[in-house]
Design a protein around this ligand. Sequence first.
Ligand SMILES: Nc1ncnc2c1ncn2[C@@H]1O[C@H](COP(=O)(O)OP(=O)(O)OP(=O)(O)O)[C@@H](O)[C@H]1O
Length: 265
Amino acid sequence: MSLTMDEPTLVTTRPLLTARDVSKAYGPVQALRGVSATVYPGEVLGIVGESGSGKSTFLRALNLEETPDTGSYTLDLPDVQGNLFDLDRYARRMLCATRIGIVYQNPHLGLLMSHSSSGNVAERLLVAGERRFAVLRDKAQRALEASEFPTERMDAPPAELSGGMQQRVQLAKAIALEPALLLLDEPTTGLDVSVQALVLDTLKRLQQERRITMVIVSHDLGVIRTLSDRVMVMRRGEVVEQGLADQVFQDPQHAYTQQLVHAKL
Ligand SMILES: Nc1ncnc2c1ncn2[C@@H]1O[C@H](COP(=O)(O)OP(=O)(O)OP(=O)(O)O)[C@@H](O)[C@H]1O
């Protein structure tokens, strides 16, 4: 008997990322209320929700920039054990530098605006211990090429580049060490629609070619729909719905998701 394409396949792999019951308050504001998420290797999880729903706080927690009040976070990687929220500052920094890449909406958060673009990418490699100049330059160039950045501009500082190009430099920096997990926080918000489409194309191509595990946050359903395999809908710090992207968009169950989807149509 041969398997047909439509036959369901058993998920035998373990999740790469498991976050459980993550809560975080800023004074009286409860930004996250018991958020849990699971992401399998090679999968893209999209997190959508209105402004203030806690998306970015959750992503910052996954990037170990934020210590939640409660909850656990594990990555199924060799040499990485236990609840990552319990790691000390040094261990967090090393883990983020070598295993996790992030692209922020605001390039000032991810880049040194007056250093060269290639220098920004090389900095990530330096933190991971690479010291040979030729190797640094070569690897930086390859990461910039993979991000479809025009390499004749690799010596230009991000301050002199367009918003779309700055996001490509952030992306090159994030993927330079082939991270196990790529986090994207509103990576195309604020860009012109045509530039946004080009950056999304690059992200999609990279994901398809390299099967990078990604978590992407956006308030834009179109962006989430373009990239995600699974979707998590957040409202007021809680997950109100999650499921396969097609399912959630075609047949939203929660009234809030229905409102979001219909507002977009
Ligand atoms: N550093 C902080 N200090 C105080 N309050 C914060 C901080 N970061 C986030 N908040 C609050 O936590 C809540 C969730 O914010 P968060 O930025 O995670 O939401 P979001 O869904 O990403 O929205 P946006 O797209 O507007 O950033 C908001 O009420 C926000 O004001």
